[in-house]
Design a protein around this ligand. Structure first.
Ligand code: GLU
Length: 309
């Protein structure tokens, strides 16, 4: 019989990644994900990959990816290998979508958002739960079609390394979700899983706003018959309006080369690492080095909260 006990002699090197969306300037919230994923990957001697999630052309701000990469480089972050751009990987997403279709795991849907809303059991945080209208054949009237993944009547659970046990009933809380949008763009859920699989990622560290996307991604791993990585979701830094920092409410939170050291000090502090006060005016390189030498993952508080600067 096949043993499920991990073979302690087969050491699996950590492969982490940082995957920013180039939708504006580098801000404190994005820096938290960069720093958190960097420390989690580099402390055990693993590699840290960089992927630009420019999947959705209307949301991409020209020049934003280049400026983010330049600042990260100047602050002292060192990534491994070439930067991957999602906009160059559409053929690969199509290939996986075809595989899923051949396995009978996806179906076409031509419902409008209004039709979905009208029949939704209850509108979830990310829009209405898809009620399954086209599961057994097209029902809507539109020409444009989305491709949805058929999800089971099942609770998907995982243990997040920071926020602990997470459970989601996919059918009831999300419904069959979109992998290929009716406007022809590939969905984030598909792209992120395919990219992380292809890059051999073993560990995903990112903002807690994605906690509820993870069960969908874990289910996609299952459909593709691949073990999912380990997940660590970082607490969110909130703006003065109590919402996640974004380009709309970021105010003082834009990261530049000039304020990078200070921002990294605050990011270490936000992640519960208690950097010494006297390092507040140190260079970003010194702060990154201090972080690498003093990182304690268990000190990261599983609580979203306002930033202190
Ligand atoms: N691109 C996403 C963001 O910037 C992160 C996706 C991920 O880490 O899985 O919010």
């Amino acid at each position: 019989m096949e043993s499920h006990i991990q073979d302690k002699t087969s050491f699996k090197p950590v492969v982490g990644r940082f995957a920013p969306s180039p939708t504006g300037p580098l801000h404190f919230g994005t820096l938290l994900s960069a720093l958190g994923s960097y420390l989690f990957a580099k402390c055990p001697g693993g590699s840290w990959l960089l992927r630009v999630e420019d999947l959705d052309p209307p949301r991409v701000v020209p020049g934003s990816a280049a400026s983010m990469l330049k600042i990260l480089d100047q602050l002292g972050f060192e990534w491994d290998g070439e930067v991957v751009y999602q906009s160059e990987r559409f053929d690969r997403y199509q290939h996986v979508l075809t595989e899923l279709r051949e396995a009978g795991q996806v179906f076409d849907c031509n419902c409008t958002r209004r039709e979905i809303l009208a029949s939704a059991p209850h509108p979830g945080e990310e829009g209405p739960v898809y009620p399954g209208s086209c599961r057994n054949g097209l029902r809507g009237k539109r020409e444009e079609r989305a491709v949805r993944l058929l999800v089971p009547e099942e609770v998907i659970g995982y243990c997040d390394g920071i926020f602990g046990q997470q459970l989601q009933h996919l059918r009831k809380e999300v419904g069959d979700f979109v992998l290929h949008r009716s406007d022809g763009l590939y969905a984030y859920q598909l792209a992120v899983v395919v990219d992380d699989i292809d890059a051999g990622v073993t560990q995903i560290v990112r903002g807690a706003d994605l906690l509820s996307s993870t069960p969908r991604q874990i289910y996609l791993y299952r459909c593709l018959e691949i073990d999912p990585p380990d997940y660590f979701h970082l607490p969110l830094a909130l703006g003065s309006d109590g919402r996640k920092l974004s380009k709309r409410n970021v105010n003082a939170g834009i990261v530049t080369v000039a304020n990078g050291g200070k921002m990294l000090w605050w990011a270490l502090e936000f992640l519960g690492q208690s950097p010494p006060q006297e390092l507040l005016n140190s260079s970003s390189q010194e702060l990154l080095e201090w972080g690498l030498n003093n990182f304690h993952a268990e000190q990261i508080p599983p609580r979203d909260r306002p930033i202190g600067f």
